[in-house]
Design a protein around this ligand. Structure first.
Ligand code: CP
Ligand code: NVA
Length: 304
């Protein structure tokens, strides 16, 4: 049995297998075929933070596969009952648990005590399902991944860390334009280097430099969930890091714009860019479900 807490735990071949299963399930879905591969199976979504895409993509994906999802929002994890006891109860009812929350060690503790697979649906440390959908989307757009460059403009956050890991595994170059003070610190960089020594990563303070050879220009909110108190300071510190039409012009003309969403329009991205012809943000969102269906089929053993 495997969990999906970070993509660092998966080989390149396993990630490529997720993609091939997802591709087949997406093709079937678009033809109106929804094979009940997970009939009778139950997913529990245990969420400490708000969500649109993660919750709905997992619930809808589970329904497509013939299974059922149970959403637990304010269930008192670690307060009403310990994290370990949550895991030891939920695995009696559920075949898979998806957790979204603050501390990464919470999802690690759930996984340590659950007798069923646990999937990380975002922690402060990583967002593996997002990064899977993102590289799957780049593969759809460009027909390949190796040799492409993904330019990250903004905070070195959970999404950036997951992208760094998957870029390393799939031979995508990564450039990051991030202000001082918001970059990966030394321990974070050392961890990334240890997990993916093959990653070609460049860090700069200059967004124009970062995007000049980019196939994909990716940004995220300047203040992630849990950092709301830093919103004003971050808005000031990231002011020069907006992805706007002027920045897009510094990139190759076939570059796409990516964002995990939700977007703070007018901050990290302008309407013109996110609604413009280069934007693939809703293709990314759609692929969350297709890729998660592939991951579920593999983790629950109905696809090898
Ligand atoms: N991108 C993403 O994870 O969206 P939600 O926060 O809405 O789930
Ligand atoms: N970095 C953002 C991603 C949201 C999908 C956050 O953690 O809030």
């Amino acid at each position: 049995m495997r969990h999906l807490l970070t993509l660092a735990d998966y080989t390149t071949a396993e990630i490529e297998r997720f993609f091939s299963i997802s591709e087949e399930l997406k093709r079937q879905c678009q033809q109106g075929r929804r094979e009940p591969l997970l009939a009778g199976r139950v997913m529990v979504l245990l969420f400490e933070k708000p969500s649109l895409r993660t919750r709905v993509s997992f619930e809808a994906g589970m329904a497509h596969l013939g299974g059922t999802a149970v959403f637990l929002g304010d269930a008192g994890l670690g307060k009403r009952e310990s994290i370990a006891d949550f895991a030891r109860n939920l695995d009696k009812f559920a075949d898979v648990i998806v957790f979204r929350g603050f501390l990464h060690r919470t999802v690690e503790e759930l996984a340590a005590h659950a007798a069923c697979p646990v999937i990380n649906g975002l922690t402060d440390f990583s967002h593996p399902c997002q990064a899977l959908a993102d590289l799957y989307t780049m593969r759809e757009v460009f027909g390949k991944l190796a040799g492409l460059t993904l330019a990250w403009i903004g905070d070195a956050n959970n999404v950036a860390r997951s992208l760094a890991i998957i870029c390393g595994k799939l031979s995508v170059r990564m450039t990051m334009a991030t202000p001082e003070g918001y970059r990966f610190d030394e321990p974070a960089l050392a961890w990334i280097r240890e997990q993916v020594p093959e990653l070609d990563l460049t860090v700069t303070a200059d967004p124009a430099e970062a995007v000049k050879e980019a196939g994909a220009i990716y940004t995220d909110v300047w203040a992630s969930m849990g950092q709301e108190a830093e919103q004003a300071v971050r808005k000031r510190d990231f002011a020069a890091y907006q992805v706007n039409a002027a920045l897009m012009k510094r990139a190759p003309s076939d570059a796409v714009f990516m964002h995990c969403l939700p977007a703070h329009r007018g901050d990290e991205v302008t309407d013109e860019v996110i609604d413009g012809p280069q934007s693939v943000v809703f293709q990314q969102a759609a692929n969350r479900m297709h890729v998660e269906k592939g991951v579920l089929a593999w983790l629950l053993g109905v696809q090898k």
